[in-house]
Every structure is written in C-alpha cells, then in structure tokens.
Design a protein around this ligand. Structure first.
Ligand code: GLN
Length: 555
C-alpha cells in the first residue's frame, strides 16, 4: 500500500516548500523507498502553460508533455525520478473535470458541490499516485494555510488521512520563524497561528519544519511543541543554507526527519545512503577549477524563477567540471540599447534560452552574433536555437531580414516557420509540440560527442521550427544540422563547425539535468567555457595555452 505525506505551508509563501518536499523525498529514497511526488496548486488556471513567467516563473515540462509548476523541477532534480501529468493538479483542472462530468450527466441529477464533489476529485488526484511500485507519495499543497482557495485541498487531505489512517498518512507543515531585529528575538507566534488555522479545518501537523534565518533555541522548540501539539523532536529547524539548495537534504538528515517519518509511517528504518550526494555538494561548494562567467540573455531576467531549470543546469555543468559558474543575467532589450560589446565583454560562455514574442528578439540575435564572431562558447535553447538560425541566415548567408514568422510573417526569408501541424491550432493551452520526442545525432557532431549515443530523446515546448526550404543554403555556408527527428523532417540541433563550441537545440535539455548527472550538453558547454577561461588566463600571463590548465577529478 502506498503511504502518503502531505506538505502544507504557513505564514508566508516562498518558504521553499517544494525544495523541502523534494529533500524529504530524496532522503526517503536513499533509505530504500520508492517515492513519487505531486503538487496541488490552488489557482484557477487549468495549468501554468498560458501564464506569464512574471506571474508564475518557469513552466516545467514533463516527459508526457504536461506544462507544470516549477517545483516539479526540484522533485525530478532531487530524486532523479520522472513526474507526469498526474504530478500537478490545479483548482482549474479539478473544476474543469467536475464541470465536464456534470455536463455529461455524470452526477445523475445531484446538486454538484465543493464538498463532496470537488474534494472527491482532489482525492482522486491524490489516489492516482497509488501503485504497487510506489511506497511513499508526497503531495505538496501550493499556497499558504489561510488562503481561501486552499480550503478544498486542505479538506481533501484531511479526509484522505482520516480514510487511510495515521500509520499511512502524515501531515508536514512548513512555516516561518522570523527573527525580529528590533526585538533581537525569534518569534514563534506566526507559526502557532498558522497551525491554529490548520486546526480549525481538522488538521494537526505531525511534523513542523521551521524555516529560519538563525538557529532556534531550546525554548523556541518547546513553545512550538506545546502550542502546536507536536512532539519536541518533531519541531525541525531548516535554516537558510549557506551555498546551495542541494545542502538542504543533508541538513535535514542531521535532524533525523526521515527517521521520524519512517517510524510514524510504520516503515522499517533502513540505513541512509547519501554519500554520493554529499560528495556532489562538497564539489559544488569547493570547486577546484575556480570560477567562470556565463551570460544568460533572456526576456524575463528580472525574475530569477523564469529560467530556474536553466540556472540549475548551469550549476550541474559546473559540478561536472569542478568550477563555480557565475551567471551574468542580461535583458536582451538592454543589449539592443547598449550593444553586445558593452554587456557581453569578458564572459566565457553565452546562453540564449527559450521564449515567446517579439520583445528583445534583436538583442538575442545580437548576442548570438557576438558569440559566433568572437568564438565564445554558445548554447541556444528553443527560441535561442531559432535566433541562432536567424542570425546565421542574416549575417553569414546574406539573407537580409531573415526572421521567424512568429515575429514577422512578411519576411522574405522565413527561416523559422510555424510547424505544419500547428497551422490548424487555434486554442492556446496545452497545444504546442509538448513532451518527449526522439532525435538522431549526426556523425562528427559535438552533440554526438556529448551524448555518446546517436539516439536521444528530449522534451519539447514549441510551435515553430527550422524551415526546411532553407536547409541547403544554410548548410552550404557551414551550419551543421546535427540532430534530426528520426524521419529526417525536423531540425532538432544546429551547430557550427568552425567554432570552439556552438550548439543550439530546439528542445529543452534543462529539464533533464540533475546535480548528480549534468545534462551532456550543459556539461560540455561549461567544459568549453572553462577551456576558454583557462586559455584567456594563460594568454594573459603570456603563456601558450596548455591543455592541462583545467584540473580534472578523473571522471
Ligand atoms: N516561440 C518559439 C516557438 O514557439 C520558441 C518556444 C520556446 O522557446 N519554448 O517555437
């Protein structure tokens, strides 16, 4: 039988509930249990696919093509398991399923109500994780206790635990214990009140995880235990980590939170095996090859969450090369205003990520030109790949004004065009080319060198594609079409032959990278950027560049 853990949040949002849930999942997994994760989001959009990154941050794409919350990225990166459509439900999705059933006469004339019909649908979503190959399912409830829109979800998890019993279900509440500077004290009252709110709905947390800037004192724990009805050893402290989010599981393990979970769920306490994780964290914190700087040129740069998986994947590439990766985050519009020379000078690698819409597009194309002409390692992803094709067509193939029809449908050179099967699509949500598709890599390509296998599969989220009418002209000028769909019709990767490392892909490799196993393209992009940094350093010292400039840990 699958056991369930329900994770709720209190006091404020942005406590890192997703990270904590993912960390707990990792620990349980490393105790020998098979874990599956899920996020329930109390907003009315059916999924975040149509939301602005400013509203929601990155849209994370699962292998089966669901457009989901970015917390699923943490789940996959920490546990190395895959999420699916069943891993993210919103209020919108739940209601839309209930309303469709009502329209089909599925409720046999009954009055359809929040309780029991919406809560039943939520319970069905939770139950969809039950399976013979899942020991523990962790469900995170988005939002904060006390939000009006969270109520049906909280009621549903209350009922669920009641139905499965205490030994099969646990409530973990993540809350804030703020430090009030003026008083010079940490305050437990907000957490007490948050637990009070949960109690009014019939939920008493089994474990309280307290996010705090400083360490809690014994009397804080005692107070929280007493007023929140939680055992003192189940008041867990989660202070801000010094260097990296990947330290969180290691810190939680020190307080045996996973042991308490197993005991309460009546599961055998197997030994914890996380040495590889600890080594990875150590490598991340103490890199032996110094630092490099990578420019990420995007449109939603001011919100860090917009490119969450990209930044994480760069870090993973850094772990693989034993180097700290600093990111220079650049708004592409600023490149239009101030020029590539001013803003990109000195970087060791340039990445143009995915995106939609016209704003800032010329700045991205300019960043590609800069990388191509100066021989700076370049990585283009989705829109970034399309920009690299536009740039090459314009500045190398002489196709003046070459563009994507997403931005100019009158261009004489539509080198990027709407995909054939997208032409009849009128509705927005979930209608792009989504999820995993296969791709075949060409002999002699940097892509093949990275993956070490010709047959790969990667996640997609796009409507436009490389226009095959321009294949010959573009290939003749030296752009290699190094990854194609198995039928040869769709260009998935382009790269430049006479360049240290210039690879751009139509898919999103950032969704398949983990700290323990950097995605091959991110790994090689960072390795190439590190080579550039090493060469420049030795060049500056007046030395001939040596291939040994980069220390290796013998991988
Ligand atoms: N806007 C482009 C398309 O739809 C690129 C999408 C993306 O970068 N995810 O094809």
């Amino acid at each position: 039988m699958t056991k369930h853990i329900f994770v709720t949040g209190g006091v404020v949002s942005s406590l890192g509930k997703g990270l904590t849930a993912a960390s707990l999942a990792l620990l349980l997994q490393r105790r020998g249990y098979r874990v599956r994760m899920q996020k329930l989001d109390p907003y009315l959009n059916v999924d975040p696919g149509t939301m602005s990154p400013y509203q929601h941050g990155e849209v994370y794409v699962t292998i089966d093509g669901a457009e989901t919350d970015l917390d699923l990225g943490h789940y996959e990166r920490f546990t190395g398991t895959y999420c699916t459509k069943a891993s993210n439900y919103t209020t919108g999705r739940i209601y839309s399923d209930v309303i469709s059933r009502e329209r089909e006469g599925g409720y046999l004339g009954k009055t359809v109500q929040v309780i029991p019909h919406i809560t039943d649908e939520i319970k069905k979503a939770i139950r969809s994780l039950d399976s013979d190959d899942v020991d523990i399912a962790i469900t995170e409830i988005g939002g904060t206790a006390g939000d009006i829109e969270s109520l049906p979800f909280l009621e549903a998890i209350r009922q669920y635990r009641q139905e499965i019993g205490r030994q099969n279900g646990l409530f973990v509440h993540i809350t804030l214990v703020p430090y009030i500077k003026a008083a010079g004290e940490m305050k437990t009252k907000p957490s007490q009140q948050s637990v009070g709110i949960l109690r009014t709905i019939g939920i008493i947390p089994d474990i309280l995880i307290c996010r705090c800037e400083r360490h809690m004192k014994e009397d804080h724990r005692e107070k929280l235990a007493l007023f929140c009805n939680v055992d003192k050893n189940l008041v867990i402290e989660e202070t801000d980590v010094a260097h990296s989010i990947y330290e969180v599981p290691v810190e939680l393990a020190k307080q045996d939170v996973d042991v308490y979970v197993m005991e309460m769920l009546n599961l055998h306490v197997n030994p914890l095996k996380i040495n590889d994780w600890k080594e990875m964290v150590d490598r991340l914190i103490n890199p032996r090859n110094g630092e490099i700087e990578i420019a990420v040129v995007g449109k939603y740069i001011s919100l860090k969450d917009s490119y969450k998986s990209i930044y994480e994947s760069l870090t993973h590439g850094g772990i693989a090369s034993d180097v700290k990766v600093n990111v220079r985050m650049l708004e592409s519009e600023d490149i239009e205003k101030k020029g590539a020379d001013t803003l990109l000078s000195g970087v060791h690698g340039i990445l143009v990520p995915g995106g939609f819409g016209n704003r800032g597009i010329e700045g991205k194309i300019e960043a590609v030109r800069y990388a191509r002409e100066k021989g700076i390692p370049f990585f283009g992803i989705c829109l970034g790949m399309q920009c690299s094709v536009m740039e090459f067509a314009r500045n190398v193939c002489g196709m003046k004004g070459a563009n994507s029809t997403e931005f100019n449908d009158k261009t004489q050179y539509p080198v990027i065009d709407l995909m054939e099967d997208q032409k009849s699509v009128t509705k927005k949500g979930g209608t792009m080319r989504l999820g995993v598709y296969p791709c075949v890599l060409s002999e002699g390509s940097k892509a093949l060198k990275a993956y070490c296998t010709a047959d790969i599969s990667e996640r997609h989220r796009h409507r436009f594609e490389f226009n095959n009418s321009f294949r010959k002209q573009i290939e003749d000028k030296g752009m290699m079409l190094s990854g194609l769909s198995p039928d040869g019709k769709l260009v998935e990767i382009v790269e430049l032959k006479n360049h240290p490392w210039f690879v751009a892909c139509q898919f999103h490799p950032e969704f398949q990278s983990t700290p323990l196993k950097a995605h091959p393209l991110f790994r090689d992009f960072i390795a190439a950027s590190l080579q550039r940094a090493a060469k420049r350093k030795s060049g500056k010292k007046g030395k001939v560049s040596s291939g040994n400039a980069v220390k290796s840990r013998g991988k």
